[in-house]
Design a binder for this molecule. Structure first.
Ligand SMILES: Nc1ncnc2c1ncn2[C@@H]1O[C@H](COP(=O)(O)OP(=O)(O)O)[C@@H](O)[C@H]1O
Ligand SMILES: [Mg+2]
Length: 346
């Protein structure tokens, strides 16, 4: 399964729920978060090697443990292919499995050994990858083809990924069958009923309530985004002067909540941008939260798209923007354009 959507919509929360569910059912669960760039690639691969070892050890005492002994060899050997030296000193590395030095062969052997062991105990092998759009292309391609093979051979191996809206495109670019490989789910704004429930339930449970017009104000400020619901919900609770949270309280809460978001969620991204990068972001903000054409931005800044490519790439690496498709660019967080407009006013 692949979950995609902007930042702050609840992908990581969901991924953790799924991983915990799998763990409770005695699966071998591996959780990694991909990171961009060359340094990110090395770190992600090392984390994968380490998690495999730790994850396998966590099965001690579980039904799968007795079947896992052979697979431990592959786990020990795969560390070398993943470039993680020294992490597997405690595992006996026997020759023969997952030790060819070719990532594609080794990962396939590892997945075969581990998922066969898990099948014997009627469980599965789940690889949970957050920020999957940042996975290095080689590892992404290898994992897709192993997932494909696993499906054909009936190995209980499942990749569950989460990432930005460009993730499904990256997957089908890497492998044409990628679009049929996963169950794709777009995670976005929650509907009004769910948003109302998210705000009112916790408040009711604590013996207070939201006046209808207060609820309306908070709902419109949060615009259905889970992280914003959390922030405005909290500020409403703090601003409440009585057991019934009034429209007046909600008005204050929206002001405080927005200020919290500006100084945390948005500011964190803005601070990391250099002057040149901020000019680029400002040019994008003219279009609001919808995608901008890179050509248009070049026009606005009076520079060539080529000259701006470096700035764009740096902002992508910083996770502030992403390319929904070729020639267009968009903010990764909802509301960023309005935040930039507020900065410019100041
Ligand atoms: N199911 C949920 N229940 C409660 N809060 C949630 C839920 N989903 C998301 N949130 C809120 O939204 C925030 C962002 O969620 P997260 O999973 O980190 O988003 P993403 O990974 O899409 O950027 C969380 O820290 C939490 O405040
Ligand atoms: Mg996340």
């Amino acid at each position: 399964m692949v979950l995609s959507g902007l930042r702050g919509v609840g992908k990581t929360v969901l991924l953790n729920v799924f991983a915990n569910h799998a763990r409770r059912n005695d699966w071998l669960v591996i959780q990694i978060e991909a990171q961009p760039g060359e340094a990110g690639k090395i770190a992600t691969r090392a984390k994968l090697a380490r998690e495999l070892e730790v994850g396998a050890r966590r099965l001690r005492g579980k039904p799968a443990w007795s079947f896992m002994q052979d697979a431990m060899t592959s786990i020990g050997n795969i560390s070398a292919s993943l470039g993680a030296t020294g992490v597997s000193a405690s595992v006996t590395t026997k020759q023969g499995r997952a030790d060819s030095g070719h990532l594609d062969i080794d990962i396939e052997e590892l997945v075969e050994d581990v998922s066969q062991a898990m099948r014997k105990s009627r469980a599965g092998f789940g690889l949970f990858i957050d920020e999957m759009q940042d996975l290095d292309e080689e590892l992404l391609t290898v994992l897709l083809s192993v997932q494909h093979t696993a499906g054909q051979r009936g190995w209980p191996f499942y990749i569950i990924g989460a990432g930005l809206p460009n993730l499904p495109g990256k997957i089908s670019e890497a492998r044409t069958y990628g679009e049929r490989l996963f169950l794709y789910r777009t995670i976005g704004q929650v509907n009004e009923a769910a948003a109302s429930e998210a705000l009112t339930l916790p408040i009711t449970r604590l013996g207070a309530s939201l006046a209808p017009d207060a609820l309306t104000l908070l709902l419109s400020a949060a615009n259905g985004y889970p992280f914003f619901l959390q922030v405005y919900g909290r500020s409403a609770w703090e601003a409440a002067s009585d057991k019934v949270i009034s429209a007046e309280d909600a008005n204050i809460a929206v002001r405080y909540g927005t200020s919290d978001l500006d100084h945390g969620f948005f500011e964190a991204r803005w601070q990391r941008a250099t002057n040149a990068e901020r000019q680029y972001l400002k040019a994008m903000a003219e279009d609001g939260d919808v995608p901008s054409s890179t050509g248009k931005i070049a026009e606005r800044l009076g520079k060539s798209t080529n000259k701006l490519a470096v700035i764009r790439a740096r902002l992508i690496a910083k996770g502030v923007i992403y390319a929904p498709e070729y020639g267009s660019i968009q903010f990764t967080v909802p509301g960023m354009a309005a935040f930039i407009a507020r900065q410019t006013e100041e």
